[in-house]
Design a protein around this ligand. Structure first.
Ligand code: BDR
Ligand code: CA
Length: 307
């Protein structure tokens, strides 16, 4: 089993990704580190604990991370994910508490098993950048760092050109690009090809009728409503579940090493730049550039909506 640590900002698709990874026989989720993003750090931590209790996984420890980005103010996404980050799902008060600080935990867990741990980032990259600041070189001692974020050649989802996770803390990615040689990015270009429809969610709920699929239906409602309010179909993209999908079934994705830069200032802050290979500015990042969406959705459907 591959050990993985999830750094998350607890939105609806984060919850689906985490549940999928916890249920995957291929992965051993050794903990969740929470970062502020979709919701505040307090809310994200509470939702992480509630989610784990819903899944009967109170053995997975939760760690509290950064309450704000490195330099800029926090930009939340409660209009998409709801005020708790879990849409309309209402879960009981958690009985567990977080057990420590995220940055120290990331450093400690990598040190414990050099070259083995995969660090998964499905929120803004603040915690990872702080870990790298505190212990320079630490993240290169992880087996790899796999982040959902950025838009390569497609439009953005928070501004015309920026994807939310990178926009929310562009300086964090900028610092990581200077330091990391083992970074994989799964950008919007790929995750927007992974679409779950309301019909599929309802059908799964009717077929299984269990607590998990009811949770999925309640949680995803707010994303579907947001999409509809934007004039789009009642469908949602499985952004964050793309990361465990890549770890479990890499053949679904086409990968390319690209020299990547990130804008940190001005109107295009958070946008990625794909630079010529010989450029000294961009850092080589293993990027998912395409996905077999039919096969990937079949895979994700079973893993996310299975009871
Ligand atoms: C990313 O932004 C967040 O709101 C989602 O959880 C996902 O991590 C998609 O752009
Ligand atoms: Ca997320």
């Amino acid at each position: 089993m591959q050990p993985v640590l999830f750094d998350t900002d607890l939105g609806v698709d984060d919850a689906l990704a985490i549940a999928m990874a916890l249920n995957a026989p291929e992965l051993d989720v050794i903990g969740l580190t929470v970062v502020s993003g979709n919701v505040s750090i307090e809310q994200g931590t509470r939702s992480a604990l509630q989610l784990l209790e819903l899944l009967g996984r109170d053995d997975v420890p939760v760690y509290v991370g950064a309450e704000k980005p490195l330099f800029i103010d926090r930009v939340d996404a409660v209009q998409v994910h709801g005020s708790t980050g879990l849409g309309y799902a209402e879960l009981p008060e958690p009985s567990m508490l977080p057990v420590g600080r995220a940055v120290d935990h990331i450093i400690r867990e990598i040190q414990k098993r050099p070259g083995e741990l995969i660090v998964v980032a499905i929120g803004p990259l603040t915690n990872l950048a702080l870990a790298e600041r505190k212990s320079p070189g630490i993240l290169n001692r992880a087996r790899r760092v796999v982040a959902m974020g950025g838009a390569l050649w497609c439009g953005g989802n928070i501004t015309d050109t920026s994807e939310y996770n990178i926009y929310a803390d562009p300086h964090a990615l900028s610092e990581l690009l200077q330091a990391l040689t083992n970074l994989t990015l799964i950008p919007l270009d790929v995750t927007e090809q992974l679409t779950l429809t309301e019909g599929e969610i309802v059908a799964a709920c009717q077929a299984h009728g269990d607590r998990w699929t009811r949770f999925v239906q309640e949680a995803t409602q707010s994303v579907l409503e947001f999409e509809q309010a934007q004039g789009r179909a009642r469908e949602m993209h499985l952004h964050d579940p793309a990361v465990p999908a890549l770890l479990i079934e890499p053949s679904l994705f086409s990968m390319r090493a690209l020299a990547i830069g990130v804008e940190t200032e001005g109107a295009s802050a958070g946008s990625l730049r794909v630079l010529p290979e010989e450029s000294e500015e961009g850092m080589s990042v293993d990027c998912a550039v395409d996905v077999d969406s039919a096969r990937a959705m079949e895979f994700l459907h079973g893993r996310v909506l299975g009871s």
